[in-house]
Design a protein around this ligand. Sequence first.
Ligand code: BMP
Length: 257
Amino acid sequence: MPRPSYGERAKNQKNPLAQGFLELMERKQSNLSVAADVSSKAELLELANVLGPYICLFKTHIDIVEDFDQDLVDQLTALAKKHDFFIFEDRKFADIGNTVRLQYEKGVYHIADWAHITNAHPIPGPGIITGLASAGVPRGRGLLLLAEMSSAGSLATGTYTQSTIDMALAHPEFVIGFVASRRLTDQADFLYMSPGIGLDVKGDGHGQQYRTPAQAIEGGSDVVIVGRGIYGPGKDRVAEAKRYREASWAAYLTSLE
Ligand code: BMP
C-alpha cells in the first residue's frame, strides 16, 4: 500500500515539533541525517556547514567533543538556521525521571536549550518520559525512544520493544517517534529514525550492523542516519552525502507509489 508523503503527514500531525520536522523534510527533499561522531569543535562545525545543505537532521554526541563551549552551540544553532536542519542530540538518557531532567537541562551541555530532538532508553519506565518532558515540552522539544538498536545482540527486542511502543502512545505531547529499524505501529503517526546504515560495508568490527537506505525505508523508516559511511577515512564527504541522500530519497519516492 502506498504511504502518505511527509507533507501530507505534516498536515495531520498534532505534535508541533514533529509537524515542523516533516515540513522541513518535504521542503528540503531530504530524509538523511548525518551522525557527526567527531571529537573537536572545529570538525563538528565543519561537518554541519559542509553537509548541512543535504541533510534534514544533524545528530550529535556532544559529550565526545573535547573542546566543547557555548560558542559551539551558538554556531551550530546558526548553521541549523542557515542550512535548514534540526539538531538531534543522541544522549540516550537512561535514569530516573528526576535525574534525567537535571542531565537534560543542566550540567555543562544544557541540551534542552539547543537540541530540537533528543532520545532516551525506555528501561527506567514512563518516569523517564515525564522527567524529560517537564524540561522539553515548555521549550517545544521532541523525544525519540530507543525501541530497537542496530548492534548485534541488542536486548531491545520482543516485549521490550512492545512496551516501548505503549510508553510512547501514552505520551503524545513529547514522544515524536522511535529509534528503530522499521515501522512499529499504526496506532499513531510516529517518526522512525534508523541508524546502522551503510552502502558499502556490513559492519564495523564492534557489533554495528549496516543495512542499505532502501532496506530501511522499505521497512517503514522515515529518516536514515549515516555516520562513517559519509565521513569515514578516505571518503569524499560531500559526494557521499549526496549519494546517501539520493538513495534515501529515491527509496522514499518508491514507497509513495
Ligand atoms: P555509524 O553510521 O558511523 O555506524 O554511526 C551510527 C550512529 O548511530 C552512532 O552515532 C551511534 O551512536 C548511533 N546509533 C547506532 O548506531 N545504533 C543504534 O541503535 C542507535 C544509535 O543511536
